[in-house]
Design a protein around this ligand. Structure first.
Ligand SMILES: *Cc1c(COP(=O)(O)O)cnc(C)c1O
Length: 429
């Protein structure tokens, strides 16, 4: 499989370049040359297949030019090492729990798969690989955990001071080894901007081999298709399935749409956001108007300029009318989200995190006759204790997170300027 930049569809690179370079020099994003359509019989047999077996079939077309099937199997064994159960919330809505991995968020899927691929590719490179990653919450922890201890890879994480939850911060700052955390005096968009500038900076790129681990890296999107297939396999009602994706940078959503383009019979998708509703607004009006992000209780979705939107457009050849046949957009306030968490818990006993609750609200407002809804529960609710505790009495904390709270944190206070990142890199390495 070859890959092209969304800004120059006529120029192709191989998987190694797309993954290690992350971001094409023209400011576009890499996309696979084609999204192969799998036979209907594959999807009919999903219920009899294991999670790893379906993952193998879904990712082979994208990897087989660079990896043998034994290598692909090893990569999947590392990345798909925990389940993603579909749990009924009420009669019409089920929750796909994507938080059973090491950092309790769905980003473990993408990060572990990407780390497995990069760890293999970098062995044949003359230099070490430096991963730069901006995080609004869970990316940093998942990336840090995925790359921890991998040879020839150094990770630098940028996160906005005071805008990630205390437990998320602990997951970024307690690992040590090849992982460094920069606590940036700014917003997530500032962090993302600093990383984007780094990839365009001549001096940094001459000195270091840089790669991104954000959802802009195509290797993170590929494994995120797996759990959509696994959700379909587990669903009792397979007709008219509607999947609501709580979205920020829209990597998760893009992966779902790629799975649909490969033939996965999902009826339609919902892009669910907090008040950072740039994509729902586009879907409803045709106008894409990125703007500074606003802080909310579902902070992993506080994104004002969603990077994967370019890929969504690319999948639909830029045609709004075609995109809205597959995806509709809904947005909710923090007040609505909190009420929803309490209401659903009171009625069903099920506890959703603030991100999953936004998706639940969208399903509630959107499900039509005969449709069944699946919300993606993208993180364990305990990752958002300050929000959850006042809402749910006697809220239990998983042991893993309680232990983390005791660990000492290491980070570098950093102004929200690209130059600060640059001098950190030159001083540190
Ligand atoms: C990252 C994240 C999201 C948003 O995912 P995108 O792929 O960036 O749209 C939603 N929920 C949680 C818990 C996350 O960590």
């Amino acid at each position: 499989m070859r890959f092209y930049s969304t800004k120059s569809p006529e120029r192709f690179v191989d998987l190694r370049t797309a993954v290690l370079q992350s971001l094409p020099a023209d400011g576009g994003l890499y996309m696979p040359e084609s999204i192969p359509q799998l036979p209907a019989s594959f999807f009919e047999h999903l219920p009899e297949m294991s999670f790893k077996e379906m993952a193998m079939v879904l990712c082979t077309p994208y990897l087989e030019s660079d990896f043998s099937s034994d290598e692909i199997r090893d990569i999947i064994d590392t990345a798909v090492s925990f389940p993603a159960p579909l749990v009924a919330v009420d009669e019409r809505i089920s929750s796909l729990e994507l938080w059973h991995g090491p950092t309790l968020a769905f980003k473990d899927f993408g990060a572990r798969f990407m780390a497995a691929i990069m760890g293999r590719l970098v062995k044949e490179e003359p230099r070490e690989l430096h991963i730069l990653v901006a995080t609004s919450g869970d990316t940093g922890g998942a990336v840090a955990s995925g790359f921890l201890g991998i040879d020839k890879v150094k990770v630098t994480i940028l996160y906005p001071a005071g805008k990630v939850s205390p437990l998320q911060e602990k997951q970024l700052t307690t690992l040590g080894q090849n992982i460094q955390a920069l606590k940036v005096e700014g917003t997530f968009d500032d962090c993302q901007g600093m990383v984007k500038t780094a990839f365009l900076d001549k001096e940094l790129n001459e000195r270091f081999m840089l790669a991104s681990a954000n959802s802009i890296n195509i290797s993170r999107l590929i494994p995120q298709m797996f759990y959509y297939a696994n959700a379909y396999a587990q669903a009792e009602q397979k007709e008219k399935l509607v999947v609501a994706v709580p979205s920020g940078n829209f990597g998760n959503m893009t992966a779902g749409l790629m799975a649909k383009h490969m033939g996965l019979p999902i009826h339609r998708f919902i892009a669910a956001t907090n008040v950072n509703d740039i994509v729902p607004e586009y879907l409803n009006s045709g106008i894409f108007n990125p703007r500074p992000s606003v802080p909310t209780i579902s902070n992993a979705m506080d994104v004002g300029d969603p990077s994967n939107f370019q890929r969504m457009l690319d999948l639909y050849s830029g045609e709004h009318a075609r995109m809205i046949e597959d995806v509709q957009g809904f947005a909710y306030t923090d007040e609505q989200t909190k009420e929803c968490i309490q209401e659903v818990h009171g009625r069903t006993g099920y506890v959703m995190d603030p991100h999953g609750a936004v998706a639940y609200l969208a399903l509630q407002d959107s499900l039509g006759e005969g449709e069944h809804g699946i919300l993606l529960e993208t993180a364990h609710p305990a990752k958002f204790l300050p929000v959850m505790k006042p809402l749910i009495q006697d809220f239990p904390i998983p042991e893993r997170l309680a232990e983390l709270d005791e660990e000492p944190a290491f980070f570098h206070d950093t102004p929200a300027e690209f130059e600060a990142l640059k001098s950190f890199m030159f001083e540190q390495y």
